[in-house]
Design a protein around this ligand. Structure first.
Ligand SMILES: Cc1ncc(COP(=O)(O)O)c(C=O)c1O
Length: 370
């Protein structure tokens, strides 16, 4: 129950012992078609250019940035955040110039600052983190932000790593030009084949580039040779990861994407209520908490690392510490995919009470989440 990888459904684990076939075998091509169709479903898009990128979420991130950002493009990003920083590093390497979006550490991007950034500079590409795995905060208005970007002719990339398959993602309704995710979060598959989707408008920019994409491996115009109609060799697909992703996507489709979003919301709500009963409060502002990643404030006088160790050693439960400025301030508890289950929450809450008691924590009356 950390920030990912989440627990993998046994069905998905079993699919990984399927014998390998070649990456151009007709039976594998059928699996590729199925993966692409199911990815369109979870992304809620009709985008033709929808595929799993070989590699983890950062590879899909770099594919979006490396293809959409051309040398000389200006890229608007929230650079104080962990993921915005990573996007900025990739944008610079792609030859872009980063424009920083000032945002208070524990808030989503505000519309006033966002619109001001467009008034003050010409922006070509915008990166938005929909689900921030470091703070547990959800960016609530991706569609509205996209409209503003489009009014200025800019392209939008959305990081849906910790939302896809667990928190509502509406690629077509939002109108984002590209979105990416990872397999090991709410889809509960092993890391290694990472969902990416790009609109016709986004792909037109990629195909119209003056300069080749700097990464050969992640060049979408080349990958299309394999994942598009041609089905020609580009690189050897991670066959086993593709089996696993297909099975995980089938599990998601059988449950139904809306039912899956509801389950994540319900399980997280139950966890937050139980934590409040222990006197613990949440990190995100009211109404902006991610149901997939629950960021809980560490109470005064409690050693966050000791609690993490206790949960792991005595209960086999993994939760994570805060990163960067939130180090020592929060715990990050994942309720993602197969891990988002009531029985996990009940077990964790009992274990948490024990771990806190071992730390000498005295439970106060329940506090309202900040
Ligand atoms: C929001 C977000 N973006 C990108 C990534 C990078 O994904 P990966 O670690 O799979 O490369 C992560 C990983 O946790 C993430 O949480």
């Amino acid at each position: 129950m950390g920030p990912g990888p989440s627990d993998v459904n046994p069905r998905v684990l079993r699919s990984m012992s399927t014998p390998l076939v070649g990456h151009l075998d007709p039976s594998f091509v059928e699996i590729m078609d199925e993966v692409q169709e199911l990815l369109r479903y979870v992304f809620q898009t009709d985008n033709q250019w929808t595929l799993p990128v070989s590699g983890t979420g950062s590879a899909a991130m770099e594919a979006c940035i490396g293809n959409l950002v051309e040398p000389g493009d200006s890229v608007l990003l929230r650079t104080e955040g962990y993921w915005g920083d990573r996007m900025a590093e990739m944008a610079r390497r792609a030859g872009g110039t980063v424009v920083s979006l000032p945002t208070a550490a524990n808030d989503p991007v505000g519309m006033a600052e966002y619109e001001r950034a467009f008034a003050e500079a010409e922006i070509d590409v915008v990166g938005i983190c929909h689900a921030d795995t470091t703070t547990g905060i959800r960016q609530p208005n991706v569609g509205e932000m996209t409209d503003v970007a489009h009014d200025h002719g800019a392209y939008v990339i959305a990081d849906c790593v910790t939302s896809l398959g667990g928190v509502p993602v509406h690629v077509d309704d939002w109108g984002v030009d590209a979105a990416y995710s990872a397999a090991q979060k709410c889809l509960s598959a092993p890391p290694g084949a990472s969902p990416l989707t790009i609109s016709d408008r986004g792909m037109a920019k990629v195909l119209d580039r003056d300069e080749d994409v700097r990464s050969w491996y992640l060049d979408l115009s080349l990958l299309e040779g394999y994942w598009g109609d041609e089905r020609a060799y580009h690189h050897t697909a991670p066959i086993t990861n593709t089996y696993a992703l297909r099975e995980a996507l089938r599990v998601a489709a059988e449950e139904g994407i809306e039912a899956r979003w509801d389950r994540h919301a319900r399980v997280s709500e139950r966890l937050v209520e139980g934590l409040a009963d222990l006197g613990l409060s949440m990190n995100p502002p009211e109404g902006l908490a991610l149901p997939s990643l629950n960021a809980v404030r560490v109470p005064d006088g409690v050693d966050d690392g000791a609690v993490i160790d206790h949960l792991r050693e005595a209960y086999d439960i993994e939760v994570a510490a805060g990163l960067g400025g939130l180090s020592g301030e929060i715990w990050r508890i994942g309720t993602m995919g197969y891990s988002a289950r009531d029985k996990n929450v009940a077990y964790l809450l009992d274990a948490m009470a024990d771990a806190l008691a071992a730390e000498g924590y005295e439970q106060t009356t329940a506090t309202t989440p900040a």
